[in-house]
Design a protein around this ligand. Structure first.
Ligand code: ARG
Length: 490
């Protein structure tokens, strides 16, 4: 107790109190209050283990467990009493337990320090956040697949250097994002596995002097394994870096997609119509329909990348073991996770509202000779080396450009004077090859944009996304089971 009757976790060797300005400076409660239920679960598992191992008196252990269960129920219901003066969420919980049980509460911190405690609660949080983010990404993938199923047959130019390059199926274009996001889910799963290690039992820095059963605590909390080194476990946050690294790449992918939505909704491109549900107006220009949500997805990239870099900065050069610098980890991770989750969900909504303007896509294929490569490929198949064929095709393009014609407008006579030696069937073949349909049909290789390949890729992607969906559901169910078991068992 302190002089005001408040609960203190430390103070035996102190006469004075921390300067109020520094108390405000060092508190983490406004941020780590989000760990409340996670820390209570960790505390419950710890208390049960202490009781089972007879490290604390049995009746006291039962009392502590009952009180913590009640507190967990209140935390989950949002009725847990919050003392804003607490130093952090761990102190808050300990003080509240003391308020309820008096002296008996003093057994709970046995064989535990806030250093292994905070690492445990934080890892539990990160594990759940990984699954939640995976779920949101899978939602977005499913939205992409729905679009691909509906509009995947539409043709548009693929771009390199943002210049019209070659015709592509919209389905192929959309699937590119499905695969990017699939790798994002893989990385999030790896981050979850990195977080899936129990630090409790590490104490403040070097382990604890009681016969704790770390494996039992890990089982109760759903951790796959226990940490190998107490200094490492209390001082390391690389699992959080891995999580933010996965989110940074996810946001990078989202920002590319968002940038494309912005571009496609310009009148200059005109591939995408913005429905009222995704467009915002201008306060001065009545004609405007702006893609603000997509712009914000692009703009929020900076936060997540900033959080990642900041977290690396927190860790750089830190001495081994827990240092208070580490307290900065949570604000960064929470912000990054909230931002990324928000952005993925917004992307899902925009995808659901996407209305493609097929006539504009088609028109974009009519200019810029995006099927010129088909001429050289055709000549190669007839025995001309590619470099020479490329030059001949270039001459055709130059001719057509001067005539103000598209390749599909060239007459058979023009073809035969440009490429002497072709008979009539060959010229017909070539004229079919330089249509957008002919061009995509020719890309009949694994990973190419031929309609059959895209159809097969869509089916493969749907199967893979289905598997990811199953994984998310199983992981979420397992988390739920662990939470319920902790809440239920006495
Ligand atoms: N609030 C601290 C954090 O978030 C945990 C407490 C450890 N504090 C300490 N003085 N050992 O990292």
């Amino acid at each position: 107790m302190d002089e005001r009757g408040g609960y203190r976790t430390w103070g035996g060797r102190f006469e004075g109190r921390l300067h109020p300005r520094l108390a405000r400076f060092t508190t983490s409660l406004p941020v780590d209050i989000r760990l409340l239920p996670y820390d209570l679960r960790g505390s419950l598992a710890h208390a049960r283990m202490l009781t089972q191992q007879r490290i604390i008196p049995g009746d006291t252990g039962t009392q502590i467990v009952a009180a913590l269960r009640e507190m967990l129920r209140e935390a989950e219901a949002g009725t847990f009493p919050i003392d804003a003066d607490a130093e952090d969420v761990h102190t808050l919980i300990e003080a509240e337990l003391h308020r309820r049980l008096g002296e008996a509460a003093g057994w709970l911190p046995t064989a535990r320090s806030r250093n292994d405690q905070v690492a445990t609660a934080f890892r539990l949080w990160v594990k759940e956040a990984c699954v939640a983010c995976c779920g949101a990404v899978v939602d977005a993938q499913e939205a992409l697949l729905r679009l691909a199923a509906r509009d995947g047959h539409l043709l548009l130019p693929a771009y390199t250097h943002l210049q019209r390059a070659q015709p592509v199926l919209l389905g192929h274009h959309l699937l590119a994002y499905v695969w990017m996001l699939r790798r994002d889910v893989d990385r999030l799963r790896q981050a979850r596995s990195a977080a899936d290690v129990l630090p409790l039992g590490s104490g403040a820095a070097v382990g604890v002097s009681h016969p704790v059963d770390r494996e039992a605590v890990a089982r109760m909390l759903g951790f796959a394994r226990v940490s190998e080194n107490s200094l490492d476990a209390t001082g390391d946050r690389d699992f959080a870096v891995e999580f933010l690294g996965a989110l940074a790449l996810l946001m990078t992918h989202l920002s590319r997609w968002a940038g494309e939505m912005v571009l496609w909704s310009t009148e200059e491109f005109g591939f995408l119509a913005l429905t009222d549900a995704v467009a915002t107006g201008s306060s001065i220009m009545p004609q405007k329909r702006n893609p603000d949500a997509a712009e914000l997805i692009r703009g929020k990239w900076g936060r997540v990348i900033g959080d990642l870099v900041s977290l690396l900065g927190v860790l750089k050069g830190l001495p081994l073991g827990y240092q208070r610098d580490l307290q900065e980890d949570k604000a960064l991770v929470f912000e990054a996770a909230d931002t990324a989750l928000d952005a993925v969900e917004a992307m899902g909504v925009i995808l659901g509202e996407a209305r493609f303007r097929r006539e504009r896509m088609r028109a974009a294929l009519a200019a810029g000779f995006p099927t010129a490569t088909e001429i050289s490929d055709f000549l190669v198949r007839r025995g001309t080396p590619f470099r020479q064929a490329h030059a001949l095709a270039g001459q055709v393009v130059r001719y057509a450009e001067r005539q103000g014609k598209a390749l599909t407008d060239l007459e058979p006579e023009e073809w035969s004077s440009l490429l002497p030696g072709l008979d009539a069937p060959a010229i017909e073949h070539l004229r079919a090859a330089v249509t957008p349909e002919g061009a995509v049909a020719a890309k009949d290789v694994p990973g190419g944009t031929a309609p059959g390949r895209v159809q097969a890729a869509m089916e493969q992607a749907a199967r893979e996304v289905g598997r990811l969906r199953q994984w998310v559901a199983a992981a979420a169910a397992e988390e739920q089971r662990v939470r319920e078991e902790i809440r239920a068992s006495a």
